[in-house]
Design a protein around this ligand. Structure first.
Ligand code: G4P
Length: 279
């Protein structure tokens, strides 16, 4: 499906990030563990330049663990420091702090040699919409002191948050990029809910999702939706509508409702651990 979604607010958010990144020592880039390739904004490389980077494969609790491991190795082989996370779990401050300290080792040592001690590392948290940036940041807030408030160069919406004496985090809005190089990237982003559903042909998306389940996780169809021996994806959708009792007033099947329902089931993890890409 040919999808592109780059609303105006993302252009201004990108511009703001370009400014803010100058204030940061490191970027914590959140990827969705179910699509660690498609959720990686290629434009981030331009934005980040030669700043240090930690990659978080977030929502790892919803992804296929064997595939997540492959992705971790894939990005590590490219020289990145990679963590896998379920950001809803609190008390992961140490894990993230350690990762940031490791990638910023040279800077910390340079500061120390100049007699600068205890200067917190400034880390920008970046990622596509819905990847879990707020959840990631909120998971630290229990331990954090108050927000450090607006600072020069940081405009409204971007907040500095002190998570420990060692690190301040900068929250940023989720951004995508102007044109997806491959149609599948847009489709994958739509599957996980990072593209506004209002611009998407939901029936086509649901059918493509069922195609993927048939080829890769056919047990989900039999175990979750009780579908056996049906090959055509649209017919599967009709069966799901029947089984879920998605019917309109006159008794006609409500296919749109079934589409939303199956995608919601996936997005909320009800279908189990599913990854949509392999490196
Ligand atoms: P964003 O700031 O990057 O846009 O994402 P946000 O934190 O708002 O998270 C989007 C949704 O993803 C939220 O669910 C959040 O709970 C969920 N989420 C974030 N991180 C993880 C994770 O590591 N694992 C799982 N399973 N879910 C995660 P929601 O349904 O939109 O909101 P809510 O009802 O949970 O509040």
């Amino acid at each position: 499906m040919d999808i592109n979604w780059y609303p105006g607010h993302m252009t201004s958010a990108r511009r703001k990030m370009q400014e803010d990144i100058k204030l940061c020592d490191v970027v914590i880039e959140l990827l969705d563990a179910r699509i660690p390739g498609s959720s990686k904004n290629p434009d981030m490389d331009n934005l980040i330049g030669n700043k240090k980077r930690v990659i978080i494969l977030n929502k790892a609790d919803m992804a296929d663990p064997a595939k997540t491991e492959l992705w971790k190795k894939y990005y590590e082989a490219k020289g990145a420091y990679v963590l896998t996370m379920d950001s809803r779990v609190r008390k992961q401050t140490l894990k993230v702090t350690n990762a940031v300290k490791i990638v910023c080792k040279e800077k910390i040592e340079r500061d120390r040699s100049r007699g600068i001690m205890n200067r917190p590392i400034k880390a920008m948290v970046a990622g596509i919409p819905n990847v879990g940036k707020s959840t990631f940041i909120n998971s630290f807030v229990g331990k954090a002191t108050a927000k450090t408030g607006n600072k020069p160069g940081v405009t409204r919406g971007n907040q500095w948050i002190r998570i420990s004496k060692d690190i301040n985090l900068l929250d940023t809005p989720g951004i995508l990029w102007p044109k997806f190089e491959d149609e599948q990237i847009g489709t994958n982003l739509a599957f996980i809910g990072s593209i506004n559903d209002n611009i998407i042909e939901m029936q086509q998306l649901a059918v493509e999702f069922i195609d993927y389940l048939k080829d890769n996780y056919c047990k989900v169809l039999s175990e979750r939706y009780m579908i056996e021996d049906v090959d055509d994806s649209y017919q599967i959708l009709e069966k799901i509508a029947e089984n879920k009792n998605c019917v309109k007033k006159g008794g006609e099947l409500d296919i749109d409702k079934a589409c939303r329902s199956i995608l919601d089931d996936f997005r909320s993890g009800k279908l189990g651990k599913i990854s949509l890409e392999t490196p």
